[in-house]
Design a protein around this ligand. Sequence first.
Ligand code: NAD
Length: 324
Amino acid sequence: MTILITGGAGYIGSVTTELLRARGEQVVVLDNLSRGHRDAVAPEIPFYEGNIGDRELVTRIASEHNIDACVHFAAFAYVGESVAQPALYYENNVAQGINLLSALVTAGVRRIVFSSTCATYGEPQQIPIDETHPQLPTNPYGWSKLFVERILADYDGAYKLKFVALRYFNASGATPERGERHDPEPHLIPLVLKAAQKEIDHVTVFGNDYPTNDGTCVRDYIHVSDLAEAHALSLDYLRNGGSSTAINLGNGQGYSVLEVVEAARAVTGREIPIQIEGRRAGDPSHLVADAEKARSVLGWQPQHADLSTIIKSAWDWHAKDMSA
Ligand SMILES: NC(=O)c1ccc[n+]([C@@H]2O[C@H](COP(=O)([O-])OP(=O)(O)OC[C@H]3O[C@@H](n4cnc5c(N)ncnc54)[C@H](O)[C@@H]3O)[C@@H](O)[C@H]2O)c1
């Protein structure tokens, strides 16, 4: 039995692909390389360059590789871009996502782990956010993920497609071999490290008038290896007959933008200049997870929860990438 990994050439997908392979799983990657890197996937792993919306291709992969489960990472994932270009997000994440799910169901695949997001919750009504919190996204990216969650629930009802929707908070950190390489890079920790390396002049802080301790947005940072582990556990859960569910992945600890910058200054020993600008459309003030369900349902135990450890792992990887 083989696992189809969509978006396996991306940041979280490539780390998860390696972890599943290390656990002895057979894996196949489908990625159109629009935002990923071919060299993030080991050459011995079967790799298909193509779109998740290409039903013929998905059907062929499913039959050639005896696919029994899919881990579905492939999507566009930038809040700001989704506000400016919603059509891009609904087409790529929703329309193509439907084609993928339909092709999988037709091919007899009945298990899927889906990359959802805390952005489906919108502005929190309470912190920490558990899975029963109302879902009212504040941007098209969040809506695109929520629509797919809804479609998955209906596909379970009608076609018995069992799913785990993992609602990640802020993925961060790196393994020695794989890290975050987005271009342009919208995520805070890699940007802070680029500023430390003088690759960029400063880090832009979008808004310092939020209702938080220092006025900057608060997020819950989770190490990419801990995220990857949760995917492996979710596959075990589904193979053991688990019912469809949605599970938060975070550490339950929030850090403001300024706290992240301060922690990165301590880790790197470098100057990290910042520039305060106005708020960015679609950004909620606080996003911090209640991740108890991941522990109780999946048996998940994050190993790299400390912010400095997360930043250090990204710094080590970033420095290696720069010297390559
Ligand atoms: N990075 C985060 O903090 C975060 C937080 C919450 C949720 N997520 C979700 O996790 C998933 C992975 O995020 P990431 O940060 O690794 O992103 P990423 O951009 O690094 O990886 C996504 C991969 O999907 C591929 N892709 C995109 N659209 C495709 C399509 N139509 N067909 C085939 N391949 C396609 C890209 O080429 C890329 O390799 C995404 O679904 C994202 O929404 C990420």
